[in-house]
Design a protein around this ligand. Structure first.
Ligand code: UDP
Length: 340
């Protein structure tokens, strides 16, 4: 299939690009490189440097070819930053996505896969088993920006017949098991890469935000899903889009506390992690764990990396080889069937 991937130089996007290439698809990456890395795009893959905030440039890019499916990852993605810069987050994510969606509908794109988020949810009575039809009530501007885009995609389906898959990721973590790609956010705000950097001595003591949540050890519980499993789910949903639009929650279904993440990184790395308590981070929800039974039943998708240690091991492996992230990457990832 001919695939356009926005945000294909970013963390999740680049792992999806590699999975698509490994599965024999033809990929073009569109990215403004504001947070993504040129070095994350495999050699030989076409790359278009486009700002989705520019409606004309977005339209011109989308109309260059007839895509079987468009994948949309490009977005600002930190819950914490969205609380300090709410309007910047809302404007950027919503306007850029509308430019892309409008270009896709006017060019009769038939399949669209959207990178959505568990940050849509905060209100379920049982946050340890969030189903696909749980009540949406974002606790942050970031979550709300994604919700707005999901709504826009509903209208793209109803009015233009563009079938859409909204994949609500829980906590993406880990790195390509073959070591071709990893996680490199600047600044890094996510728990697992920060814990790994602390273990490796690349950053000072880790701060753990909040110790009096209503959980088994007082720290937040998250559902970590390996980024390659997440990428695999994107390929599994494509067939669904022949007939209808779908929205799926994507996680492992296992809750891990922040302190258990520290224990896992210590176990896997064999090093102690210096850490200290810090106040709760605004916008954080105590528990977010997915019930992903629907995507499993309807598409046959299955997470391969079920244990937190196996997720941490792949992230640690990449970081050890790339302590400066993509700055240290001399060579781009090599993929057997990369098209040019
Ligand atoms: N967290 C933390 N210290 C950090 C970064 C994150 O205690 O330096 C906590 C955060 O408050 C949340 C959990 O780790 O409870 C996961 O946060 P992350 O930013 O990794 O992902 P999110 O769930 O916000 O998407």
């Amino acid at each position: 299939m001919k695939c356009l991937v926005t945000g294909g130089a970013g963390y999740v996007g680049s792992h999806v690009v590699i999975s698509l290439l490994d599965a024999g698809h033809d990929v073009v990456v569109l990215d403004d490189l504001s947070t993504g890395h040129r070095a994350a795009i495999p050699d030989g893959v076409r790359f278009w440097h486009v700002d989705l905030g520019n409606a004309q440039a977005t339209h011109d890019a989308v109309t260059q070819d007839n895509w079987d499916v468009v994948f949309h990852f490009a977005a600002l993605s930190s819950v914490g930053h969205s609380i300090t810069e709410p309007f910047h987050y809302l404007r950027h994510n919503i306007m850029n996505s509308l430019n892309l969606i409008e270009a896709c509908t006017s060019h009769q794109v038939k399949r669209f896969v959207f990178s959505s988020t568990a940050a849509l949810f905060s209100d379920e009575r049982d946050l340890s088993r969030i189903t696909d039809d749980a009540l949406v009530n974002p606790a942050s501007p970031y979550g709300d920006s994604k919700f707005f885009i999901e709504r826009a995609l509903l209208w793209a389906d109803r009015i233009y017949g563009m079938r859409t898959a909204c994949l609500r990721y829980f906590n993406a973590a880990g790195a390509d098991p073959q070591g071709r790609l990893g996680e490199d956010h600047r600044p890094e705000t996510h728990l697992i890469p920060l814990a790994i950097d602390t273990a490796l001595g690349l950053q000072p003591a880790l701060k753990i935000f909040g110790n009096s949540y209503d959980t088994r050890d007082g720290t937040c519980i998250r559902d970590y899903i390996h980024v390659t499993d997440l990428a695999d789910a994107h390929i599994h949903v494509i067939d669904q889009l022949d007939t209808r639009s779908v929205a799926y929650n994507l996680g492992n279904g296992r809750g891990v506390t922040n302190l258990e993440v520290i224990e896992s990184v210590e176990r896997v790395s064999g090093r102690r992690i210096p850490w200290e308590w810090a106040p709760p981070r605004p916008g954080d929800t105590a528990i977010l764990v997915a019930d992903s039974s629907r995507i499993r039943m309807e598409t046959g998708w299955q997470a391969k990396h079920q244990h937190i240690d196996s997720i941490v091991a792949t992230a640690l492996n990449w970081r050890k080889r790339h302590p400066h992230g993509y700055d240290g990457h001399k060579n781009r990832p090599v993929v057997a069937d990369a098209t040019s």
